[in-house]
Design a protein around this ligand. Structure first.
Ligand code: ADP
Ligand code: MG
Length: 319
């Protein structure tokens, strides 16, 4: 006998409420941000064939659907409170639901966030999560705060998700061990929530890298009305990526996408505080450039020579 809509919600998505004032089961959930805090709200949708391959394990999909939303909260320096899940499913496939719920709740539990509501309908597989968090009023990290003279930083080692994609496309090859590592980066990104919190009051601007480092940097530059110089080979690479040809390394780190690392700026005088935030969050942070006056994006290599920006279309910055 196939599972009905409400049985499905009860079996796979309803768990005891922990911190919400009211969870699943009524017309609305109720959340209570602490006094003096603002709500940070973000939605991200994943559609089969567009954002993920039909071959991805349901557990990894559950993780990723939540991770991409928590990454947005991280980029704002928000502490997660709860999330909703809107799900369109072709059928009530229990093998899928079990894996999906398992992956999603494992990440939710690890980050102390709970599912408070949602919607479930029959249709082509699509997943939309809305995550809510809290930040001290006026204290959110925004894209608009970068100032000339700030250092530019990135967390982790971007580029692996793109390298995994190139292996799937057959344009790069890796041994099995290296492939597992980059595939995990693509399918199981770790939202940098602890780092986002630790950067409150230190970073002047932040964004999470979902569409490629340079493209997302462009959002900071436009919103802040500044330019930047990026030391392209200062962007750290994983061992798997560092073993690839330099052109592919640069393409993956600078234009890769799906990294879910934090790209942020901080006054040069606070470099030690940035490093301390990285240590507190157990997350590698690397200085990769500097914010400049004007609106140009310049790239330089190890030798200090200009590197042409052939990484995607960044017309806004072409002179
Ligand atoms: P309504 O018709 O009032 O919008 P529904 O009948 O769609 O409510 O849902 C019943 C309850 O189950 C609501 O509290 C809703 O938030 C919750 N819910 C529905 N689908 C999901 C889901 N996929 N995950 C979590 N909660 C869900
Ligand atoms: Mg209702």
């Amino acid at each position: 006998m196939s599972l009905g809509e409400f049985d499905l919600i009860a079996k796979y998505f309803t768990r005891p409420v922990r911190r919400a004032a009211l969870g699943i089961g009524d017309d609305c959930a109720l959340l209570a941000p602490a006094p003096g805090m603002q709500l940070a709200v973000t939605s991200d949708m994943l559609v089969e064939g567009r954002h993920f391959l039909s071959t991805v394990a349901p557990q990894r999909l559950g993780h990723k659907a939540l991770a991409v939303n928590l990454s947005d909260l991280a980029a704002c320096g928000a502490k997660p409170l709860g999330f909703t899940l809107a799900l369109a499913l072709p059928r009530a496939d229990e093998r899928f639901l079990e894996g999906f719920a398992h992956g999603m709740f494992a990440l939710a539990d690890a980050q102390g966030i709970e599912l408070v509501g949602g919607d479930t309908t029959q249709g082509p597989l699509a997943i939309c999560i809305t995550a809510m968090g809290e930040v001290p009023a006026g204290g959110a990290l925004l894209r608009s705060g970068a100032r000339a003279g700030d250092d530019l930083w990135v967390s982790g080692t971007p580029g692996d998700a793109r390298l995994a994609l190139e292996v799937f496309r057959g344009t790069a090859s890796l041994d099995a061990h290296a492939f597992d590592a980059v595939r995990e980066a693509m399918e199981q990104p770790q939202p940098r929530l602890a780092l986002g919190l630790a950067l409150r009051g230190v970073a002047t601007s932040a964004i999470d890298v979902s569409d490629g480092l340079l493209g997302d940097l462009g959002h900071i530059l436009r919103r802040s009305g500044v330019g930047a110089v990026v030391e392209v080979d200062a962007v750290p690479r994983s061992a798997a990526l560092a073993a690839q040809p330099l052109a592919l390394q640069r393409e993956c780190t600078l234009a890769g996408g799906d990294d879910y690392e934090l790209l942020f700026t901080a006054p040069a005088a606070l470099a030690e505080q940035v490093q301390a935030a990285g240590r507190a969050a157990q997350t590698r942070v690397t200085r990769i450039g500097r914010i400049e006056a004007g609106n140009a994006l310049r790239l330089v290599g190890n030798d200090g020579r200009a590197v042409p920006n052939t990484f995607g279309s960044f017309d806004h910055f072409r002179s």
